[in-house]
Design a protein around this ligand. Structure first.
Ligand SMILES: [Zn+2]
Length: 111
């Protein structure tokens, strides 16, 4: 087994994993900050780093049926949100490849 590679993000506004404090995402990559996750409010992100991706699942969300993968912190394995693999409604297609990051599971360090 190799050593876990942790990517460090540059910039002043970085979201970190609430549990182990590795970098998760940059404020610059927020697509929406009024999104609903499983634990309440969430961010819709174009990029999240230091994650491992769970198996594909069909999930009924408030916006309809989607194929999603849960995302986990690659350092501590805590659930952070999910990734949209596929949307079936035309109006939801823009979410494909984007990530939902649960506010409750992220930390804003020093900002
Ligand atoms: Zn973590």
């Amino acid at each position: 087994m190799g050593r876990l590679y942790i990517q460090h993000l540059s910039g002043e506004k970085i979201f970190k994993c609430r549990f182990c404090r590795v970098d998760s995402a940059s404020h610059d990559d927020i697509s929406s900050n009024e999104f609903r996750g499983r634990y309440g409010l969430a961010y819709l992100m174009t990029r999240v780093v230091n994650i491992s991706i769970g198996p594909e699942e069909q999930r009924h969300l408030s916006s309809g049926l989607h194929t999603v993968n849960d995302i986990y912190c690659s350092s501590c394995q805590q659930l952070l949100g999910w990734r949209y693999e596929k949307a079936y409604e035309e109006s939801e297609k823009y979410k494909e490849g984007m990530y939902v990051l649960e506010k409750e599971r992220t930390l804003r360090d020093g900002w």
